[in-house]
Design a protein around this ligand. Structure first.
Ligand code: ASP
Length: 291
C-alpha cells in the first residue's frame, strides 16, 4: 500500500510580499479539494484535475480566470494532463477562452492524439461539449494592468509566475500530473510554453509525476520533466534529480523556475530557482503549504 499524497503549485516567480499569503492559501485550498477526491475513492486523474480547477477559478493565478494575455491582449491557454498508469496524456495549446481548460485535457485523455493546438483544439473542445466564453470572463483587472506594464512599459513578463499544477498518488501507487497556464504575459500570439508539452512541463508514469513552472523556453530546451523522471528511474534521489535539473535549466539553458514531484514512495518534493513558488500538499495525515 502506498500513502496517498497530492501536491500543488501556484507558479514559480517573484511574488510581491503582499500577495504571498493569498497565493499560499489558494494552494492549500486546492490541495484540500484534490485530497477530498482521493479520500472519496476518486482516481488520481480526477484528483489532480479537481485541484487544478480550483486554481484556475482563483483569479490570483495565471490559469483560467486571471490568465496572462498575449502581446495583442488575447487569451491563449496551455494545459496538459497525464495518467501515469495508462500513460495516456493530453495537451491543448494556444486554446481560446474556455473556463477550466484542464477539464478539456482530462476529456482528451482517451483520444489517440497527445497534443492539439490553436483553432482546431478549440473546435475539438466545442465539439466535445465545452463552451467558449468571451475573453473578458477570464481577464481580470490585475492581468490587464500587468499586461500594460509588460507590453507598454517593458516590465519583465515573468515577475509574478502563477502557472498552476498538481501531482497525485493514490493508495495503489498510481500517479497523475496536470498543469494549466496562460503562459508568459505579453507572449507572441501562437507562442506555446512547456506546460502542455508532455515530458517537459507535465509528466507522469509508473514511477514519477511532475509539474513544472518557469521560463518555458528554457524548460523546453532542457526537456525538463522527462530528464528528471529518467534520472529518478535510474537511481537518483528525487530531490537531488529535481535540484540538479532545475539548476541545469537555469545555468545551461538560461531559465528560472520550479517544480513539484512525487514518486510511488517519496515524500512531497518541491524545488525552485526563483525567489519563491507557492505550493501546498495534502495527505491523509494532514496538509501543509509554503511559498
Ligand atoms: N512555464 C510557463 C510558460 O512558459 C510560465 C510559468 O510557469 O510561469 O508558459
Amino acid at each position: 500500500m502506498a500513502k496517498p499524497l497530492l501536491l500543488v503549485h501556484g507558479g514559480a516567480g517573484n511574488l510581491p510580499e503582499a500577495s504571498r499569503p493569498s497565493h499560499e492559501a489558494g494552494c492549500l485550498h486546492a490541495a484540500e479539494a484534490g485530497g477530498a477526491v482521493l479520500e472519496a475513492g476518486g482516481t488520481v486523474v480526477e484528483a489532480v484535475c479537481a485541484a487544478v480547477v480550483e486554481l484556475e477559478n482563483n483569479p490570483i493565478y495565471n490559469a483560467g480566470v486571471g490568465c496572462a494575455l498575449t502581446r495583442s491582449g488575447r487569451v491563449s491557454l496551455d494545459t496538459a494532463v497525464m495518467d501515469g498508469k495508462s500513460r495516456n496524456a493530453a495537451g491543448l495549446a494556444a486554446l481560446d477562452a474556455f473556463p477550466n481548460p484542464v477539464r478539456i485535457a482530462e476529456r482528451m485523455l482517451d483520444e489517440p492524439e497527445v497534443l492539439l493546438v490553436g483553432q482546431p483544439a478549440s473546435e475539438w473542445a466545442e465539439r466535445h461539449g465545452f463552451r467558449r466564453v468571451p475573453e473578458d470572463e477570464l481577464t481580470t483587472e490585475s492581468a490587464r494592468l500587468q499586461w500594460h506594464k509588460v507590453v507598454d512599459e517593458g516590465a519583465d513578463p515573468n515577475f509574478a509566475g502563477g502557472t498552476v499544477g498538481c501531482v497525485a498518488r493514490d493508495a495503489d501507487g498510481n500517479l497523475a500530473a496536470a498543469t494549466s497556464t496562460g503562459g508568459t504575459m505579453g507572449k507572441k500570439p501562437g507562442r506555446v510554453g512547456d506546460s502542455p508539452l508532455i515530458g517537459v512541463g507535465t509528466f507522469a508514469d509508473d514511477l514519477c509525476a511532475l509539474s513544472a513552472t518557469g521560463h518555458g523556453e528554457a524548460f523546453m530546451r532542457a526537456v525538463f520533466a522527462a530528464r528528471v523522471a529518467d534520472a529518478v528511474r535510474y537511481g537518483e534521489e528525487p530531490q537531488e534529480a529535481l535540484r540538479r535539473m532545475l539548476e541545469r535549466t537555469r545555468d545551461f539553458f538560461g531559465g528560472y523556475g520550479g517544480a513539484i514531484l512525487i514518486t510511488t514512495e517519496s515524500d512531497p518534493q518541491f524545488f525552485w530557482t526563483t525567489v519563491g513558488m507557492s505550493h501546498a500538499w495534502w495527505s491523509p495525515d494532514g496538509t501543509g503549504s509554503g511559498i
